[in-house]
Design a protein around this ligand. Structure first.
Ligand code: NAP
Length: 300
């Protein structure tokens, strides 16, 4: 199946999502090119026997020449959004330009639920602008709008066992990396009637939880009380003032919680189930199945 589809380039292949996708594509026999910044961190597939030609190094999405080389001979690009930083949109634009110049036909991009020009979550605006850029590129496209990853929620617990943020009593329909990778595999390898072209999928878990409920679930497993403490926006900026991060990144952190309060991340979609033929894995089931993913909460 993968042979007929040509080579798929997976960017961010050293990361959680890209790595999972690479393993799945390899299992399906698809031809792929892993685009990484550090070849030592490329996923080891086929017992480490992956031919070197299938791993290419491009240190940044905005290294135009390197991205073009990475995409030459490739039919489809799976573009993992870059780490949140002020120039992320420009980086995505260069990566899309490189795909066009290299003769790529199709791009599947990991966007974010609620992507909009005026989204409360400021980094969801980047995603919206990237989507617009891809739409205008002439490439065939599919957008996977992921909710917050289950794993990300486990990283929101502070050293004092408190999840702090201006999320009010809003809800978040988080999703697992594995479900997103399963959807990506299905979308990339199913070219029949080009059914996924021009489609935007909302990838969420099967339920939408408040941060109180997230804290409860984590407490049960960690064996001690983890709680959620709502902040005002002002408190949220003040409590993070000691972090030496760019103000744009800080605003992204704070507004990710504010987006929950605003309801941007609350809707549950059945797109995962429709695309992979089984229900999405909920947060609590995921915690039970993947203890290594929240081990950092136990070892304290
Ligand atoms: N939905 C969510 O909850 C959530 C949470 C956090 C992030 N995200 C977004 O979703 C993406 C994928 O998530 P993930 O969990 O797989 O993240 P991850 O494990 O951090 O992996 C991100 C991958 O993208 C690469 N990368 C990041 N910025 C890059 C750039 N500017 N140029 C080239 N490569 C770059 C990284 O390379 P290195 O490993 O070499 O840095 C890594 O391979 C993230 O990059 C971020 O945009 C979503």
């Amino acid at each position: 199946m993968g042979q007929a589809n040509g080579i798929v380039a997976v960017t961010g292949a050293s990361g959680r999502l890209g790595g999972r996708l690479a393993v799945r594509l390899a299992a399906e026999g698809a031809r792929q090119r892993l685009v990484v910044r550090d070849p030592a961190r490329a996923p080891r597939l086929g017992g480490g026997n992956l031919p070197r030609s299938q791993v290419v190094v491009a240190e940044r999405y905005d290294d135009r020449a390197a991205m073009r080389r990475a995409f030459e001979g490739v039919r489809t690009v799976f573009l993992v959004s870059g780490r949140e930083e002020p120039r992320r949109l420009e980086q995505h634009r260069v990566a899309v330009d490189a795909a066009v110049v290299a003769g790529v036909e199709r791009i599947v991009y990991t966007s974010f639920v609620g992507a909009a020009e005026d989204a409360v979550f400021t980094f969801a605006r980047d995603h919206w602008h990237t989507e617009q850029y891809i739409r205008a590129s002439g490439l065939r496209w599919t957008f996977l709008r992921d909710n917050v990853y289950h794993h990300a929620l486990t990283t929101w617990v502070g050293p004092d066992d408190v999840i702090r943020g201006p999320a009010g009593d809003g809800r978040v329909a988080s999703v697992s990396h594995d479900d997103v990778a399963d959807v990506a595999t299905a979308v990339l390898l199913d070219e029949r009637r080009r059914a996924h072209d021009g489609r935007t999928y909302e990838l969420t878990g099967p339920q939408s939880l408040t941060l109180d409920e997230v804290a409860e679930a984590l407490s049960r497993l960690a064996g001690r009380t983890i709680r959620y403490e709502p902040e005002s926006l002002e408190q949220a900026y003040a409590s993070r003032a000691g972090h030496a991060v760019d103000p744009v990144v800080l605003e992204g952190w704070v507004t990710s919680y504010a987006a929950i309060a605003a309801g941007e991340l609350a809707d549950v979609s059945d797109d995962v189930a429709r695309l992979v033929g089984r229900p999405a894995r909920g947060f609590e089931a995921w915690l039970d199945d993947y203890p290594d993913q929240w081990a950092h909460l136990v070892r304290r």
